[in-house]
Design a protein around this ligand. Structure first.
Ligand code: AMP
Ligand code: MG
Length: 314
């Protein structure tokens, strides 16, 4: 097994890869992650997404076919989740980032003004000409909720190219399990405990060739006047989402769906999340509510093990 960790796309990325060409596969994926970051980061002034946001309300910008593809996927999830995931949530993300950095929370009028900018239907994509356009000045795309899944999808293709049959790619909250563990056993994916140190899990689930992605308010937040403001915004209110969920994990073969849906379902809350996921093929979920109740899709029930005595399976 060859292992490599690096900081990329705003997170610690760890690859554990088996096989003769493991080393080459790892290096190739590393370059892939760096190129995705330079194309899709909202902070890199030469990136496609930066230029798209800077041109909001002006006109279409030419971007890479890959950027068009990830925007299309993000827009599809926005439609599917009725805007709980919104590819244009960037305006809210920026508002909260700026306000909290100034040690304050946005006021009601700022939320109201910004909410007019958050509308995934105003993102116009043209895959034929490889362009994108945000129709309203001030609109902003943020791919933070889907980019890791997209990176994991492309990484899996890279591993395949190098004949890798067994690997684990951890993108911080999004973990891709390629194939099986050695000796044909299953991988065991731990689900992070929201109140304990990194790596401490409240449940684990056995998987083969799946991606497991968890979204939770405990992951990234800032304190203001003793209140936690986390990084996932409910576009219907403009405030950090306040559903009954503490964390939401999606298990799917496709990392893109797993990533985007974990963010969407966290915002939707348990009832609507279960309903949404039931309608999508090969997508399963593990929910933890603020009452310490754990819900797991029937299809996953036999593979899940609860590790925390304070939590109840419902
Ligand atoms: P994740 O950790 O995958 O759940 O994604 C959270 C990130 O997605 C945040 O840090 C923001 O960059 C972005 N984001 C926050 N709220 C939303 C939302 N409602 N829809 C889409 N992206 C969001
Ligand atoms: Mg996500």
């Amino acid at each position: 097994m060859t292992k490599k960790s690096s900081v990329c796309m705003g997170t610690l990325v760890t690859q554990r890869v088996y096989g003769v060409f493991a080393h080459r596969a790892i290096e190739c994926c590393q370059r892939l992650f760096e190129s995705l970051e330079s194309e899709m980061s909202v902070f890199v002034p030469s990136s496609d997404i930066f230029m798209l946001n800077a041109s909001a309300g002006k006109g279409p910008v030419k971007i890479s076919p890959r950027s068009v593809e990830v925007l299309e996927l993000a827009q599809r999830v926005s439609v599917l989740s009725s805007g709980a995931f919104d590819v244009t949530a960037g305006a809210f993300v920026n508002l909260w980032r700026t306000a909290l950095a100034e040690n304050r929370v946005p006021d009601a009028s700022e939320i109201a003004v910004t909410s007019r900018l958050v509308d995934y239907r105003k993102l116009v994509l043209d895959s034929k000409h490889s362009t994108a356009h945000l129709k309203i000045p001030g609109q902003s795309v943020d791919l933070g909720g889907i980019a890791k899944g997209y990176a994991a999808r492309l990484a899996r293709e890279t591993y395949q190219t190098y004949g890798v049959k067994s690997a684990v790619l951890d993108l911080g909250g999004a973990v891709l399990f390629v194939g099986r563990r050695a000796r044909s056993s299953e991988w065991v994916a731990g689900i992070q405990h929201p109140a304990k140190e990194r790596g401490a899990c409240f449940a684990c689930v056995s998987v083969v060739d799946k991606c497991v992605v968890t979204s939770g308010g405990y992951e990234r937040y800032q304190l203001h006047d003793g209140i936690r403001y986390h990084h996932i915004i409910d576009p219907s209110t403009g405030y950090p989402s306040n559903s009954d969920l503490v964390s939401c994990s999606i298990v799917s073969h496709d990392p893109v769906w797993a990533d985007a849906l974990s963010t969407a379902c966290f915002v939707l809350g348990s009832e609507r999340a279960i309903h949404l996921v039931e309608s999508i093929e090969d997508t399963h979920l593990i929910l933890l509510t603020s009452n310490n109740e754990v819900y797991v899709s029937p299809s996953l029930r036999d593979s899940l093990r609860l590790l925390d005595a304070d939590m109840r399976l419902i």
